[in-house]
Design a protein around this ligand. Structure first.
Ligand code: 13P
Length: 251
């Protein structure tokens, strides 16, 4: 049995004061979220405050990126150890916005996944095709390439504990959520690609769907056999809408 994970990706939203207001609004809404793992992926400046405020709750705090090197001359970057030192639980890697706007490559992501693993950070690897790639019938070849390259350095144990988020780029922030059929097909394909590397890991790896997940479409997506949770953007910014999505994951 795979534990469902609902993770909110705030992207570049919320000052520390705003994040504190959010978490005090969210925690009282989670009394009935048994059996669901909850994550918030927050800007670097909010990490310490959210780790402190979420301590003892079911909410785990994730960074939205990190550098693969342990330290060095990489101005503006953050290492895995800098995150674990302040008790950050995990990190989101390879979000399509980082791939598109910050030249994130699959090769760097393989190194980042390895560094996160070595530091004891949980990792959520994002993959997904653009609208043009889907129209061209290239969805599976894009996912296959991103997974082959991104997962290249992980052993089976690391793979089993990994979280992979399928986020079709055309569904992010557009309101154009994937149909249940599209989400299931892509997530099953991702699991089949993990099985090529290690069959047992494919049974354990958790696969999230992301892209315009809202309170009113979450239940249908979360009921799909190969969808183990959701990575939520816009709807994770308000405690009420985020809690409603978490509620949809309670079985
Ligand atoms: P939206 O839920 O706003 O479409 O964003 C999805 C996303 O990119 C989560 O990482």
């Amino acid at each position: 049995m795979r534990t469902p994970l609902i993770a909110g990706n705030w992207k570049m939203h919320k000052t520390v004061a705003q994040s504190e207001r959010f978490i005090s609004g969210l925690l009282p809404l989670l009394y009935a979220a048994d059996g669901v793992e909850v994550g918030i992926c927050v800007p670097y400046t909010d990490l310490q405050a959210m780790v402190d405020s979420a301590r003892g709750s079911r909410v785990e705090v994730y960074a939205q990126n990190m550098h693969e090197a342990p330290e060095g001359a990489f101005t503006g970057e953050i290492s895995a150890e800098m995150l674990t030192e302040i008790d950050v639980h995990g990190v989101v890697l390879g979000h399509s916005e980082r791939r598109e706007f910050f030249n994130e490559t699959d090769t760097a992501l393989a190194e980042k996944l390895l560094a996160a693993r070595a530091a004891g950070l949980a990792a959520i690897l994002c993959v997904g095709e653009t609208e043009d790639q889907r129209t061209d019938g290239a969805t599976e070849s894009v996912l296959k390439r991103q997974l082959e390259r991104g997962l290249a350095l992980l052993d089976a144990e690391a793979l089993a504990e990994l979280v992979i988020a399928y986020e079709p780029v055309w569904a992010i922030g557009t309101g154009a959520v994937a149909t249940a059929e599209q989400a299931q097909e892509a997530c099953a394909f991702i699991r089949s690609r993990v099985a090529v590397i290690d069959a047992a890991a494919a049974e354990s790896v958790r696969i999230l769907y992301g892209g315009s997940v809202k309170a009113d479409n979450a239940a249908e997506l979360l009921a799909l056999p190969d969808v183990d949770g959701a990575l939520v953007g816009g709807a994770s910014l308000e405690p009420e809408s985020f809690a409603a999505i978490i509620g949809a994951a309670v079985s």
